[in-house]
Design a protein around this ligand. Sequence first.
Ligand code: NAP
Length: 308
Amino acid sequence: MSSIRLAIVGLGKIARDQHLQAIAANDGIELVAVASRNARLDGVHCFTDIDALLASGVEIDAVSLCTPPQGRFEQARAALLAGKHVMLEKPPGATIAEVFALDRLASQQGVSLFATWHSREAAAVEPARKLLAERKVKSVHVEWKEDVRHWHPGQDWIWEPGGLGVFDPGINALSIVTRIMPESFHLTASDLSFPANRAAPIAADLEFRSASGIALTAAFDWRQTGPQTWDIRVETEEGPVVLTHGGSRLFVDGDAQIVEEDREYRNLYKHFVSLVNGGQSDTDFSPLVHVADAFMLGRRHVVETFED
Ligand code: NAP
């Protein structure tokens, strides 16, 4: 099968940190163009936006959208209408309705849409899912605490409506929990802390309940300095199952089981190639639904102003 000719839209931090190397490491896909307002990349066709790219005559089969979620819908829609396969960075969009509209459009157009969740590709996630399918889960607690100044310096969009604030990393935890839990769950309480000068929360405390009554809690906080915490602790009747370091390490009943190198983005592009070649889409929006619920049910607390 011929190689998928890909364009990246939005050449920012994640595109440079992860996407470029992951594309280069995968057979069956090659980067031929970039559309970014300011950034350029040597050796490929460069455009300032997706409309210029699509109008240029440069032949591409697919686009990978690495822009902020606000505005991503128009870019994805334009690509799908032009018959291109689309890969979406997380979160897949700024609203629930828009991502379902993209899903419908992709199937009408007969092209692949991949709503990626890179954290689901972390090494411990699949083993944890298989393990939990055979155990009796008693409770789940998520702690996702990091230093926003370190990870998101100068990213104004993240504090704007649709940027999600602390849910930008928090949705990664939810993408793992929705994958590994043997049953579905829904939000029952949400406390959101908004800096007085920002439109998005800097911290969130959430409570969920599963259909059979399992309690799940999550604490997201962007004010953590020092060691960073990306942990999911699942208590089961057979003993604890703990994922740390963003899902890359697994501890079962206290013993370390998995410590592996990061292959998250390489796995995402491998999956995208197989989706495109198989004529399929992969669009699980459940983590975004939980985040939307957290805003819907959220009790707002105003906290100290935040400056970069
Ligand atoms: P970023 O560094 O701000 O890069 C996004 C790029 O998109 C910008 O450099 C900008 O390039 C372009 N862009 C287009 N419209 C824009 C707008 N209205 N405002 C700002 N930039 C705009 O952001 P990022 O960290 O790469 O995140 C992008 C997406 O990847 C987000 O959905 C994020 O959740 C996800 N992600 C990020 C990370 C991470 O560690 N940073 C990890 C995983 C996933 P031009 O100025 O050249 O147009």
